[in-house]
Ligand binder design. Structure first.
Ligand SMILES: O=C(O)CCC(=O)C(=O)O
Ligand SMILES: [Fe+2]
Length: 304
């Protein structure tokens, strides 16, 4: 079956690129109930620190989020996405207000095979009204589903006729501080290993949360912690749901390496940037296909 051109990834970004199946290694799964044992606290902290350096990703189990609460959210997510399109487009996002439903998100200028609904933790949310660094104007944006205020994005990845050509989400790094993600049992999330860029699957673990480092944490730690590229591979038979929570700084936070981590041997690797401007620029560019590369954290790297 033919696939709309807008979804087709360049050959080097397709699901089979740089992916070696059946690798014995996997990202750490950390049992947080061990924090109840005072003798284990330091071990858990070290394991999390190591995971943030080596992978930029880990999973947690026994994290304290009740299973029945998660189940209720998952059921509500399905009810929403099963609504007829004429209902979903009543709460559609637009170019300047990113809250709401969207089925045309682009990652790095290729359309993602998915539907999303974005809900802000703070309602209303304040963000810069333009990407121009000189413009201090602010915009107030409101959630589109106010009866269910929450702090999640919800994603549905429908079965895809050509999973070899399209991706559910193209390769990217998250722009936030950290992301927490609940995924269902279908699988498809992959991360790129820090040491060599080989793609690794994040194995679905029942009731686990996937945690990953975003750009802000990477910059604050001056690259000690790693914000890994990740992507979502789709499949031709099963739909997949995921529910990420993105922890965002306020728009006026200046993100730059923390002074206390810097030294003559460890000079700053990034210039500071205003979070809100970065966010608005990235978010608007994800709305539709552009001919130019959108903003990336590497644009703020200090050139040595
Ligand atoms: O659905 C997933 O597993 C990951 C989604 C993701 O990476 C994102 O929305 O930034
Ligand atoms: Fe992501």
């Amino acid at each position: 079956m033919d696939l709309d051109q807008t979804f087709i990834q360049a050959p080097e970004h397709r699901a089979d690129s740089n992916f070696i199946p059946n690798q014995p290694e996997e990202i750490p799964v950390i049992d947080l109930s061990r924090l109840n044992d005072p003798e284990n606290i330091q071990n858990v902290i070290s394991e999390i620190g190591d995971a943030c350096e080596t992978w930029g990703f880990f999973q947690v189990i026994n994290h304290g989020v009740p299973c029945d609460a998660r189940k209720r959210v998952e059921e509500t997510v399905k009810i929403f996405f099963d609504l007829p399109m004429e209902e979903k487009i009543k709460v559609k996002r637009d170019e300047v207000n990113p809250a709401g439903y969207h089925d045309g998100e682009h990652t790095k200028n290729v359309r993602d095979w998915k539907e999303v609904f974005d809900i802000y933790f703070k309602d209303p949310m304040v963000m810069p009204s333009s990407t121009d660094p000189e413009d201090e104007g602010l915009r107030v944006v409101y959630n589109k589903w106010p009866q269910f205020p929450s702090d999640f994005r919800i994603n549905r990845y429908p079965p895809c006729p050509r999973p070899d050509l399209a991706l559910g989400v193209g390769h990217h790094k998250d722009a936030d501080v950290i992301s927490l993600l609940a995924q269902d049992e279908v699988g498809g999330l992959q991360i790129s290993r820090r040491s060599d860029g080989v793609w690794f699957p994040i194995r679905p673990v029942p009731n686990a949360l996937v945690i990953n480092i975003g750009n802000c944490m990477e910059v604050w730690t001056n690259d000690k912690y790693w914000s890994a590229e990740h992507r979502v591979v789709v499949n031709s038979t099963r739909e997949r749901y995921s529910i990420p929570f993105f922890l965002l700084p306020s728009h006026d936070v200046e993100v730059k390496p923390l002074e206390e981590l810097l030294s003559p041997e460890n000079p700053p690797r990034y210039k500071g940037y205003k979070y809100g401007k970065f966010y608005v620029s990235r978010n608007r560019s994800d709305f539709k296909k552009l001919e130019i590369q959108n903003i990336q954290i590497d644009d703020f790297k200090v050139v040595t």
